[in-house]
Design a protein around this ligand. Sequence first.
Ligand SMILES: Cc1ncc(COP(=O)(O)O)c(C=O)c1O
Length: 366
Amino acid sequence: MIEKLARKSALTITPYQPGKPIEEVARELGMPEEDIVKMASNENPLGASPMGIQAIKDAAEKVGLYPDGGCYYLKQDLAKHLDVASENLILGNGSNEVLMIIADTFVNPEDETLYAEQSFVVYMLATKVSGATAVTVPLKNYTHDLEAIADKITDKTKVIFIANPNNPTGTMVTADEVKRFMDRVPDHVIVVFDEAYYEYVERDDFPNTVEYVREGRSVVTLRTFSKIYGLAGLRIGYGITTPEIVKILDKVRQPFNVNAVAQAAAIASLKDKEHVEKSVKVNSEGKKYLYEKLEEMGLEYVPSEGNFMLVHLNQSGADVMAEMLKEGVIVRPMKGYKFPESVRITIGTKEQNDKLLTALKKVLGK
Ligand SMILES: Cc1ncc(COP(=O)(O)O)c(C=O)c1O
């Protein structure tokens, strides 16, 4: 039995279930790919910026060479963009990889990690790979309950993961809440603020967690090029933290963890402010439009600060998802996140939102 040879902690893992790729749905349902819209993985419906795509083409010429393992030029540009030093940055093959590197570096089997019960599933995966104990705290009104999380800190707590805005609920914790929380976090605990959807946030009471890094607290702020920058397929994200933490993470990180094409695309995408602004606008308008139309249909949803929203259906989300696939719309059922009667939908372009609403109406018989 090969299982006997595996780490016990590895066998406890249920593999991550990604949103269905368009190609798979096309194959299974015999539909042309162009007729299918994916609103299941919180990608940017506008895709990458034209400048990013040009950089990808240019970088293709040089893929015979290994990438710059230190991401020198990208770090310089990001440092300027974020008003931090290059030494504050760690790049990853998606911010997902940075999460895994943090766990691999800091979390021992006897440690505890702490996070919300209904939050990004990779916190659970990272904990299990480390063989550590996950301590989870229920959401309160779909939102991280930072007071309850702080109450659960023990001597064994090593890392706290906070998705802000939260996936899959789209809710956020405020600057004041985070301040009160950070006042209660002891020195032996590393706090990871996972801000994958940061650029979409419209409220002005969102925390500036990089300030805690500047103060020298053990905080890692995670951001990504997968969402607003439309580079999900290239896998590139980053952490902003203290130089001391970066140095230790760098020991564990693979030497060439971020590929050359992704680095070039990220550098160019960062410069294309127009594409970012357009993406924010499309999302903001799409969100309001979907709110209005969902209300007209009598459906409840959770107001979101991200590029997605949780919609309640009062019936099996998995069944509705399967029926919507036949209409060429891919959404994400939420049973795995303990919302069995909900789906999470990514906010799309006007055209995509209309296609989604038409499919949803048909499937729900509205
Ligand atoms: C909260 C959260 N964190 C991290 C990620 C991972 O992003 P990346 O593509 O940078 O690995 C996602 C992706 O959906 C997410 O929702």
